[in-house]
Design a protein around this ligand. Sequence first.
Ligand SMILES: [Mn+2]
Length: 493
Amino acid sequence: MSEELIPETPEQETEENEAAEPIKQRKNGLYPGVSDELAENMKSGWADTELHGLEPIAQAEHTAARRAALSARFPGERLVIPAGNLKTRSNDTEYAFRASTEYAYLTGDRTQDGVLVLEPTGDSGHQATIYLLPRSNRENGEFWLDGQGELWVGRRHSLAEAEQLLGIPAKDVREIAAALTEATGPVRNVRGHDASIEAALTDKVTAERDEELRVYLSEARLVKDAFEIAELQKACDATARGFEDVVRSLDKAEATSERFIEGTFFLRARIEGNDIGYGSICAAGPHATTLHWVRNDGAVRSGDLLLLDAGVETNELYTADVTRTLPINGTFSPLQRKIYDAVYEAQEAGIAAVKPGATFRDFHDASQRVLAEKLVAWGLLGDLSVDKVLELGLQRRWTLHGTGHMLGMDVHDCAVARTEAYVDGILEPGVCLTVEPGLYFQADDLTVPEEYRGIGVRIEDDILVTEDGNRNLSDQLPRRADEVEAWMAQLKG
Ligand SMILES: [Mn+2]
């Protein structure tokens, strides 16, 4: 990336600089001295690019309904939902920005520094305002002299354009701190995203009341609307194509490392979506027994399994979360297949338990029972009964994790929902969750036969609860062992 706008001029505080007062907005010393003549020159000669008659974004109706539900829950209170800010990686480079889930869910906007404010209109109802950074000012030079000027980071929407697109009145975000400082009456803020907003509200909010807002917004997302379901399907479709890309490139991964798999999937995520929804787990051989193996720097060897847990995040920020465990050479060994089939059976039992009226725990219990049965049958738990094993939880030495979680904008969606709404909740149509049982035999586990050690298997799909049962959003990818082998053979050609 380019570093200096005018490299030949050394930076110093000159008389000229003092005279050009408005353009002293240097960031991190990147901008050298600017003559009055250049400053004047840069002010003019630019076309008017304002856009008119823009259509609202596809989810504008849905975000309006979500704001209406939020408004009804907190009548008479001012609600502040920030997008968050850029985070510095080093000096003047930043990490890729992703708007806070709460803000994107309520606005459909995904730009940094934005803030949604719901102003109470009397005892009920709210007026929404979105505070955004407007187009860069050309008069004071910020468009080319400020690090966030449009010349550096690209054109933003004007406030008028944003209003048309989002269906929300827009104001300059540089006015928000003063507006919040002056405001009276009860206020709640979603914490953890924007320190400047928190500073402006210090004396007006309490941690407990802010947390109630955050919890509400987590629980509001438990049931997905039609737009969200379509996005999750899109995420799964793109993810399936990413898995196909990986299978096609396994020979290149064998010649390099797990990084080739990570890079291959990332390419698909960036072409079809915004990003990966979480760090891809590209775990070959014994790495498959490390649940969150994201170093991805290991060897990929014929004869081993590859556990690939990855998901594309769409441009609207909905992510898939899919795992397949694949024989790198295309064929499961008898022992790999025995363990794989057990996990497959457990997943089938889990998926069958996902339906309206069931509890969230039901599919976990169904999967765990199958896995415990297998472990007992294989003689790994002495002569204990399956019921006793489940009562003591002894199967967990090898099953390790819960069988699934809510899925949506966050890979572990709705994470601050109350226990009664989530873990102890009843499933209803529109809930989307993962079913992902696994068996993991650590390389240093002396309690299992030597040939088991270093084998890890997980199968994970994204399941939508429907009126009459469920729909597997990720069923484009095969799961049964023989179907996996046939699919790989076809892709590897
Ligand atoms: Mn998952």
